[in-house]
Structure formats: C-alpha cells, structure tokens
Design a protein around this ligand. Sequence first.
Ligand SMILES: *Cc1c(COP(=O)(O)O)cnc(C)c1O
Length: 441
Amino acid sequence: MEFRLEQKRSIVTELPGPKSQALAAERAKYVSNSIGSSLPSYIAEADGAILRDVDGNQFVDFGSGIGVTTVGNGHPTVIKAIQETAASGAHFQINTAPYGSYVELCKRLTELTPGNFEKKAALFNSGAEALENAVKIARKYTGRDAIVVFDHAFHGRTNLTMAMTSKSMPYKDGFGPFAPEIYRFPASYPYRDGLTGAEAAARTISAIEKQIGAKNVAAIVIEPLQGEGGFIVPAEGFLPAIVDFAHENGIVFVADEVQSGMARTGKWFCSEWDGIEPDLITSAKGIAGGMPLSAVIGRAEIMDAPHAGGIGGTYSGNPIANAAALATIEVYETENLAEKALEIEAKVRAAFEPLVGEVATVGEVRGRGAMLAIEFVKAGGKEPNPEIVKEIVSDALSQGVLLLTCGTYGNVIRLLPPLVMSDELLDDAIGVFIESIRKFS
Ligand SMILES: *Cc1c(COP(=O)(O)O)cnc(C)c1O
C-alpha cells in the first residue's frame, strides 16, 4: 500500500509542541471544558496508521478514532467517494427527496449481517441514535416497555442511552433523571466472575424473570464484545443461551455492534463468533471510514413495525456518509481486512500473552481480531490497577504511541489499530508498549 505520510512514529518537539500549546490556550477560552481529549497534541493530518500533529510529531494510532477509521485514516477510496459526492452538489434529505445510495447501502448491510432471514435497515448519524431507534422499533414491535441491559455496558450519551450505559463517571454523573424502564443485570466476565457461559446465562435469566417478568421485556440489548466496559469477551455459550431465552419469550434480541462490527473482530460482525443471529444489529464507528453514519439492521417484520415517519432524522443517511460507507465496505472486501484483523490478533497475542504470569500486573489479554485489550491488576491478585495504566499510556505517548484506555475500573488498555497498519509499525509500537509495561511493573 502507498501512503502519503511515512508510516513511522517520530517525536520532533517537546509534547505538546508549541503550536499545540497555542491551540490548547485558545481551546481553554472557547471550547467547553466538558469535552475531553486523550492526546494533548492537535492533529493536522492523518494517513493509514499515523496521526501527524501541527508541530510535525507523528503518532502510531492504536485508537482509530475509537474504532472508526478501521480501513485506515484518510483512505484514498473513501476520500474519492466523499469528494465526488460533495461535488454532486446536493444535500438530499431522505424524508423529503429520496436517493439511491440510501437504498444501496441498506441492501449491502442486510447482506453483510448474520441471519438467513429477510432483513431491512434504516440509517442514522451516531451510535447512540442507532441504539435509540433500535429500542423504539423493538417497543413498537412488541408493544412492551422493559429494556434489559448489562453491567459494564456502554450504549451512548443521549438520555435514553445514558440510562442504558452502566458507568456513572464520566457518562452519567449529574445528568439525570434518566429514562425509565431500563433494567440492568450481570452478564459474563470470565476473568472476574469465574462462571461458565451456561452458569452466567442462568444467573441473568433468573434475575430477568424475577425482577421484570419475561413477558414484559421488549428487548435485550448487549454488546457481543463489551467495548468501553473493558473489551470483555463473554464465556462461550452465554450469548446463545440469552438469544434462546429471548426467542422463547417474544423478546427482541439486539446486538450493539457499534464498536465490534464491520470487520473489526475478523468477521463482518462479532455475533458470528458466537454463532448467534441477532434480531436487530446496531452499527456505526467503523462503518463509513470516518464519516458520521450509523444503522439499525434486522428482521424485516421488526424493522417494519413503526409507522412511516416514526423513524428518521434530518441528516440520517446523508448521501456523503452513504458514499463513504459504500466505499469503506468495498475497501474491507478488496483489501481482505477481516483477515488482516486476525493476523494482527495473532501478532498481539504472541507478544503479550507470555507476559501473563511473568509480569504480575498483567492480568489478562483478551478480545477478538483487532479489538484486543490487556487488563492490569495489582501484583499478587486481581485488584484493578488504574494507576499503572495511566503511567503506561503517558509513557507510550511520549514515545509516539497513542493508546486508549477502557474498563469500568479504568484498568484496561485497548488496542484498536487501523487494519492497514504495517507489520513493521505494529512490531515497533508493540515493542514500545511492552517496554512501558515493564518499566512500571
Ligand atoms: C461508541 C459506542 C456507542 C455510541 O456511539 P456514538 O456514536 O458515540 O453515539 C454505542 N455503543 C457502543 C458499543 C459503542 O462503542
């Protein structure tokens, strides 16, 4: 692959550099303090797996804008589609004047999602908006109110999705009251609960039956690989048991694949790893190569339940985002990026798994494909260790490697590399990360 920017980390100023510091000073005056940033440097351009700041420093991007630029930053095929569509001159709006790319993208998404049944889709702007609409659709279809969500869940920052999200700080603190009829239960967290998939599912199902009653539940909403909560992979058998319970009781099973979908885990959707066929899937993040777009895809009879005009939005499925998404899907296919995700997984596991047992602070290495994480603990036990995570992230950053954290306890470092990251760059960045781990362990 050809890149505009050399695929190499390079720190040429103090961090943040003088131009970034000037922008930070302006920001302090004009940007609400409620907006946080992981990186103190300001980005001028990006290409492939490299972010270049306004001072000329280059960072290896292990975040992909939180799993958005999975096809690489500024992929030429995606840029071309955006440019051509922008030049076509129109802002079309689906509720007033429809256009073909909306139809074409919905068709492609119904083909890519698991489930051998008739499917339809609807398009939106953000992940949270997709979740909001999945809940609306499921409630209309079932005529029921209750929504089941889980410990460690993240579903967004709007009022309904805040209620569905598990973590108070920073997502909910002081922002209530929250939407009603949201019920939270434990899911499956093998490293911490030690339960098999069947045991964890039995615990969840019993709690749902006792506390809500299955016949009152409209939807069960779950991330098949929990993202923000710590890249938690449920024990084998947990998800299929929950899907069976949902179907025995007329409950809509919604897989929130906003982070885990679109080739990130080595399959189009993470649900495929567990052999489940969700009734509805929410997708966003990696779907459009950096443009704001999200979707709800699922069983045609459920998707058709709301009345015409009941679902929509001014910018939902706008033509530029649609063109970017169609181009992004083409890139996933032509560059075999799902396979690339599995190669990245093999490399990362080979590098980090030997540290478990050898380095006392490395608790667990887990994830699927290029959605991988390391959970850090205090030496000699499983107590979460958010302190070391802060030190490692800051040390790696000073050497040009951008790492993101996650986890309910703030003790997990997640790797979400663009799938076009070269082997050399991956090896180099892994080396920096491991050195930082050893330095503070
Ligand atoms: C990021 C995320 C969301 C929210 O998406 P936004 O675009 O930030 O609204 C919802 N669910 C999951 C699993 C996510 O990772």
